[in-house]
Design a protein around this ligand. Structure first.
Ligand code: SAM
Length: 291
């Protein structure tokens, strides 16, 4: 009986067999700890009819475990050198499709249309992410046309903490807000460096995101909302009103003060004290401002 790919001995054997050299620039840190992978699978609450999309399968350690749980796995890998390796390691699993592509150039809708068998239930994205592109990946998964129901993503611990942060916390900011607008987010497990080969320089966390069935917030103008949020956090040491003054311009200074008194917001307030509904209200109150 063969060892799982996610076993240090098997992983080393594969790496040796193919003379594989890790590319740091591609964020290649492979998981060799089956307990961590078991936690990832549990967080995803996999159902047999789920369509799982994996970003960056590496040599297939997570992919293999996913393939045992669900009917279909589509794995997108950028590194050409890994494609023949994956073909061999995942040969026993005919429910896995490996797509050689850059995830940042991949439109999820086209990927699903091209490779998924019809009749699947939920779309779930499960990945040990390449950390150098965590934020753009998150952004397109959350705001893209095809929106997965569940995301279970290994990422740098600090980024996960920023995503789940609430008002009043130093990590709270635009990333927390844009994520929490649409998804419920929680950290499922903190993962030590030793779970990977090679070991990354940072600690990691598995983040679980679940899309709200009913979006809890109604935003009038999303683009302006994002601009207000960005501007509010522009300089964290400055108060909210001064940050917003940079957005609206000095010619609207007195109108801005009027909005603050109208909303009952103190001039000394800082952006991290505002909840999402506060930002929605603020954006609406700035509707007549030009910038
Ligand atoms: N899933 C494997 C595991 O857990 O052992 C590998 C995870 S490793 C952290 C990240 C993987 O993403 C690598 O295989 C890397 O080559 C791949 N990758 C990096 N940039 C990518 C991109 N833009 N598109 C798709 N895959 C990418």
């Amino acid at each position: 009986q063969r060892l799982d790919i996610a076993d240090p001995i098997r992983t080393n054997a594969i790496l040796h067999q193919y003379h594989f050299e890790f590319k740091k620039s591609l964020g290649q840190n492979f998981l060799t700890n089956r307990r961590v992978i078991a936690g990832i699978l549990a967080a995803a609450q996999l159902q047999p009819d789920d369509l799982v999309i994996e970003i960056g399968p590496g040599i297939g350690s997570l992919t293999e475990q996913l393939a045992r749980e669900v009917q279909q796995v589509i794995a997108v890998e950028i590194d050409q050198r890994l494609i023949p390796i994956l073909e061999a390691t995942l040969a026993p699993y005919d429910n896995v499709t490996v797509v050689h592509q850059d995830i940042l150039q991949t439109d999820l809708a086209s990927l699903v249309a091209a490779h998924a068998q019809p009749g699947y239930g939920q779309i779930k994205v499960v990945a040990n992410l390449p950390y150098y592109i965590t934020t753009p990946i998150m952004f397109s998964l959350i705001n893209g046309v095809t929106q997965p129901d569940v995301l279970v993503l290994m990422m740098q611990k600090e980024v996960a903490q920023r995503i789940i942060a609430h008002p009043g916390h130093k990590d709270y900011g635009p990333l927390s807000i844009s994520t929490q607008l649409q998804m419920q987010a929680e950290i499922d497990q903190i993962v030590p460096k030793t779970a990977f080969v090679p070991q990354p320089n940072v600690d990691s966390a598995v983040l679980r995101l679940h899309r709200y069935a009913q979006p809890p917030y109604q935003i009038g103008d999303r683009q302006r909302f994002d601009q207000v949020v960005q501007a509010s956090f522009q300089q964290r040491r400055k108060n909210l009103q001064n940050n917003l003054l940079r957005l609206v311009g000095k010619d609207q200074k007195s109108e801005l003060s009027a909005v603050f008194s109208q909303l009952g917001l103190a001039g000394t307030l800082r952006a991290e004290q505002l909840t999402i509904p506060d930002f929605i209200e603020l954006t609406a109150a700035l509707a007549d401002f030009h910038w």
